[in-house]
Design a protein around this ligand. Structure first.
Ligand SMILES: Cc1ncc(C[n+]2csc(CCOP(=O)(O)OP(=O)(O)O)c2C)c(N)n1
Length: 514
């Protein structure tokens, strides 16, 4: 057995059986090893940003890591933005990056780079495999580190000669250590705070946003009168009918400040203190009022469901009835298309148990209120602010959640960073219905420009923030990648096309004229 085979066998032994890939020459022995293991599902992405974004979407839904296969430093570099997003989401991921054969490195061939240097800032764990006999052990360590709560990025660098040399074989993967529960003393302190009646908000993040822990938080809120809130950007939220309604900290600083203003205490469970996305002149970075005390009961590395259960017990909330959303399917709106009507249409038509992948940027800023009452669904979104995750995220989510419809809510500018993920959706026959909000601009940045006081932008600024010269035709673009598509210019057309996309298996794209 060679090193590459040891690596594949160890991945499989560790439950990693999906590999998103864009290989090159230095990875050919690894490709051959993958080929001799059909139990590993290999999925080609036509750019590394598709590979890493899809691995993120997969892990968010499958609750276990995928592997990626990336070609030396430049391949890894192409995938960095979505590795960054995955790290912000605390998604587990095992990147396998090919490297030149060790002797060949000395000759400074064209693809030679400092791979560890490129990987370091976006990885929680990096290792270059040093011997064919440690491949199994190093791969097992990479999987174990990726699985460390709440989820980490492992990057394993595989020199070509180690891939092709004889190896002692795979290793067993030992499970990651159990996550801790908040201490009894801390639980009691927070319970006393909640019982005091002081205006308090629980900020819930990460695993606390799944159905059961969210329900437990709802019981605590029902019993104590505290408020519940989620961070702006989240890996995965359980939403819809029967679930506890949860709004997020708004993007716009004034709105966030207004929402947080009344609270004397913020209790953090699986999140971080909310801060503004950017700094602005004369605008704060922290969003809570200075008078608000921040209490971190548990960061995301804790066992959040068990921590919420312990807190519920401490305030006597186990039997309390949480407020949950009732199912409400509004009629599909008619007439001109606008953001509020799109939200209502989603609530009207979203299938039960759908997965919503959200990179809708400006158009989707207010999608949450109207979609609380849709049937139960999961919502995954861009987490690290690096745009271009939407099409791959939806692609990976569809592979990680087979049998569930994925609805991809996509801003046009962001979608163009990784539109070729549509080809992977077509090739794999993935059940993804994409709505592209075609405002033909970087609308969010036009707003940011106004915020810095530029009311009448000139030619350079207009050209940097608009996409309409020429307009991109998403219907042809999608069809070119093998995805059937339609354009909607009214709510009637949009409702029909969305219904069609949801009814038919496989990918479908609708360009929504905004
Ligand atoms: C990787 C990366 N490059 C650039 C940016 C800067 N940026 C933020 S939003 C944006 C444009 C978004 O436009 P679009 O996706 O069309 O959203 P809209 O606001 O129009 O809905 C850009 C370029 C970024 N956030 N991430």
């Amino acid at each position: 057995m060679n090193g590459a085979e040891s690596l594949v066998k160890t991945l499989l032994a560790g439950g990693v059986d999906v590999c998103f890939a864009n290989p090159g020459t230095s990875e050919m022995h690894f490709v051959a090893a993958l080929d001799s293991h059909p139990e590993m599902r290999c999925i080609l992405g036509l750019h590394e940003t598709v590979v890493t974004g899809a691995a993120d979407g997969y892990a968010r839904m499958a609750d276990k890591p995928a592997a990626t296969l990336l070609h030396l430093g430049p391949g890894l570099g192409n995938g960095l933005a979505n590795i960054h997003n995955a790290r912000r989401a605390r998604t587990p991921m095992v990147n396998v990056v090919g490297e030149h054969a060790r002797e060949h490195k000395a000759y400074n061939a064209p693809l030679t780079t400092d791979i560890e240097g490129i990987a370091g800032p976006v990885s929680d764990w990096v290792r270059t495999i040093a011997s064919p006999d440690t491949v199994g052990r190093d791969t097992a360590a990479a999987i174990r580190e990726a699985a460390r709560k709440p989820g980490q990025i492992s990057t394993l660098i595989l020199p070509a000669d180690i891939a092709w040399s004889p190896s002692i074989g795979p290793s067993e993967v030992t499970p990651a250590d159990a996550a801790p529960v908040a201490s009894g003393a801390e639980i009691d302190r927070i319970a006393a705070l909640l019982k005091s009646g002081a205006p308090t908000v629980l900020l819930l993040g990460d695993a606390a946003l799944r159905e059961e822990p969210l329900n437990m938080a709802g019981r605590i809120a029902a019993k104590t009168g505290c408020s519940l809130l989620g961070p702006l950007s989240n890996r995965r939220m359980s939403r819809g009918a029967g679930r506890v309604p949860l709004n997020r900290v708004p993007y716009v600083v004034d709105m966030a400040q207004a929402l947080l203003e009344p609270f004397e205490h913020m209790v953090i469970i699986g999140a971080r203190e909310p801060v503004a996305f950017f700094g602005y002149p004369d605008s704060p970075s922290r969003l809570c009022p200075d008078s608000c005390q921040i209490h971190t009961l548990a960061d995301a590395s804790y066992d959040l469901p068990a921590t919420l259960e312990a807190l519920a017990d401490a305030v006597g909330a186990r039997q309390a009835q949480p407020v949950v959303n009732a199912l409400d399917r509004p009629a599909v709106p008619t007439g001109d298309i606008d953001q509020d009507k799109i939200a209502l249409m989603i609530a009207a038509l979203l299938p039960e148990n759908a997965v919503v992948a959200d990179e809708s940027i400006t158009t989707g800023r207010m999608f949450f209120p109207a979609t609380h009452t849709a049937p139960p669904h999961d919502w995954v979104q861009i987490t690290g602010g690096a745009i271009g995750i939407g099409p791959p995220l939806a692609t990976g989510a569809a592979i990680g959640a087979p049998g569930r419809k994925v609805v991809s809510l996509q801003a046009d500018g962001s979608g163009l960073y990784s539109a070729q993920a549509l080809w992977t959706q077509a090739r794999e026959g993935l059940d993804v219905t994409t709505l592209v909000f075609a405002n033909h601009s970087y609308a969010i940045l036009q707003g940011e420009m106004r915020k810095v006081g530029v009311e009448n932008p000139g030619r350079n600024a207009i050209d940097m923030l608009s996409l309409d010269r020429p307009r991109i035709d998403w219907v042809h673009l999608a069809k070119g990648y093998g995805v059937p598509a339609a354009r909607a210019t009214s709510m009637e057309e949009l409702g029909d096309a969305f219904g069609r996309g949801l009814a038919e298996p496989g990918p479908y794209l609708i360009e929504v004229a905004m």
